[in-house]
Each structure stands twice: as structure tokens, then as C-alpha cells.
Design a protein around this ligand. Structure first.
Ligand code: HEC
Length: 218
């Protein structure tokens, strides 16, 4: 337990006292079986805030969790990481930024931003060595460059995962293999180049390039 602010210290302190009491007196208590519950990471409700293109940086400078990256624009990185790392899910705190590839982002806005998207804002970015430009942003209406509505896919995630798909939360899959994703992350033009990409990632990039040429040629 390493909560840094004082918001939950009352609860945490109470829990510690109860544990201490159990440990020091009386017969051993039988622990109730742990119910797998989504993690709760309440943070103070923020004032309205609106991310700008300057908030989106080299994907590999974000915090890596399994295959994706997270950050928090309001200083609640610890709470964001706790939800991302939880196997039972949870509600991401406001300010959370989630990315799998440089060009697509989800940002958790302030409560009340949009009920249908659970307050997530979806972004599609154009990224170059100079930085990110926002191509589209918004809530349930945002469609990516392949014609897919972000929410239509992401809302299939099991409710405890707060619209985060990964590979096992119930969303329809995307046509990118984990090696392709890794290769795309490693060639984010905003980051310092990765020297000597492994052969499987080079092959993945070549396959993506061929796919792009085939789909733009017709
Ligand atoms: C065809 C369905 C589909 C569409 C359309 C789609 N996504 Fe996703 N998205 C997925 C799946 C599935 C994953 C998980 C892929 C993986 O981990 O291999 C994912 C992953 C992500 C992630 C990483 C966190 C997570 O949920 O695993 C972000 C962020 C994201 N998508 C944003 C977007 C945005 C923004 C849009 C629209 C501009 C969008 N997506 C459109 C299906 C989709």
C-alpha cells in the first residue's frame, strides 16, 4: 500500500488498525475467501480539463503495462497503473492516458464528460518527429482511419475493464499481431530510434508496409 495523498488515509488507517487488532489478540481468525473485485482508486474530482496535442509524447516514455502504455495528465499515475495492472479490472481515474500504438489514444476526462464512453475521450493522432497533431477527437462518434468506430469495438470489453480491450476482455480482435504492435511502438517517430530491431519486428514492419500499399493502391 503506497497511496501518496491523504484522501484514503482514513480508510487505510482503519484497515491497518483492524489488522493489528486481529494479529495481537484472540484466536486466529479465518480469512474470508477473497472475492475478485475490481480495484478502486478514488481520486479527488478534477475541474474540467481538455488535453491538447502537446500532451501526447513518445509512447515509450509512458509507463509500460504488459503490451500497452499508460500515463496520467493530472498526476494520478500510481492510481492509473494500479487499475491497468489489476487482473480484475477497475475504473481508471481522470487524467488517465492509454495507448497501444502512437496514433490512437484514450484519455479519461472529468466525470460527466460522456456517459456512453464512461468519460473516455478517443483520439486519432498524426505523429511525426515534430510531435503529434490531433486528426479526430471526441466521444461515441469517433471513427478511425479504417472506418471503425472506437466505441463500437471498445464497449464490448467486459464491464469491469472500463472499455479497455487488450486481447482477453471480450472485444473483437484487431488485425495486428503482438510483434507488429511492438514494432510500431519501437518506430514511434517522436522517440529516439531503436537500434537493431529484431528480425521478427523488421518482418512485421515490411508486412504492414505491404498491407498499406495494397490498401492505398486501389
Ligand atoms: C475493430 C475494433 C476496434 C476499433 C474500431 C478500435 N479499437 Fe482500439 N483496440 C481494439 C482491440 C481489440 C484492442 C486490443 C488489442 C491488443 O491488445 O492486441 C485495442 C486497443 C486499444 C488501446 C489500448 C488499450 C486497450 O483497449 O487494450 C487503445 C488506447 C485504443 N485501442 C484506442 C482506440 C481508438 C482511439 C480508436 C478509434 C480512433 C480505436 N481504438 C478503435 C479494438 C478496436
Amino acid at each position: 500500500m503506497s497511496f501518496s495523498d491523504g484522501v484514503r488515509s482514513g480508510m487505510a488507517g482503519l484497515a491497518v488498525l483492524m489488522l493489528a487488532a486481529c494479529g495481537q489478540s484472540g484466536p486466529a481468525t479465518v480469512e474470508a475467501p477473497a472475492e475478485p473485485a475490481p480495484v478502486e482508486t478514488p481520486v479527488p474530482e478534477p475541474a474540467a480539463f481538455a488535453p491538447t496535442a502537446a500532451d501526447f509524447k513518445c509512447i515509450r516514455d509512458m509507463h509500460a503495462v504488459r503490451g500497452f502504455y499508460v500515463d496520467n495528465l493530472l498526476g494520478y499515475l500510481e492510481e492509473t497503473v494500479a487499475v491497468a495492472e489489476s487482473e480484475t479490472g477497475g475504473v481508471y481515474p481522470p487524467g488517465s492516458v492509454v495507448q497501444l500504438v502512437p496514433g490512437e489514444v484514450m484519455v479519461k476526462r472529468q466525470p460527466g464528460f460522456n456517459a456512453a464512453t464512461k468519460d473516455w475521450e478517443f483520439f486519432e493522432l498524426d505523429v511525426t518527429a515534430e510531435g503529434a497533431a490531433i486528426r479526430v477527437r471526441g466521444a461515441d462518434e469517433v471513427v478511425n482511419q479504417f472506418g471503425g468506430n472506437c466505441l463500437a469495438c471498445h464497449e464490448k470489453a467486459k464491464p469491469e475493464f472500463d472499455l479497455i480491450c487488450e486481447q482477453t476482455h471480450g472485444c473483437d480482435p484487431i488485425p495486428l499481431t503482438p510483434v507488429m504492435v511492438k514494432a510500431i511502438q519501437n518506430t514511434d517517430p517522436r522517440c529516439a530510434p531503436v537500434e537493431n530491431l529484431p528480425a521478427d519486428q523488421l518482418e512485421a514492419l515490411a508486412a504492414l508496409q505491404a498491407f498499406r500499399e495494397a490498401t492505398t493502391a486501389n
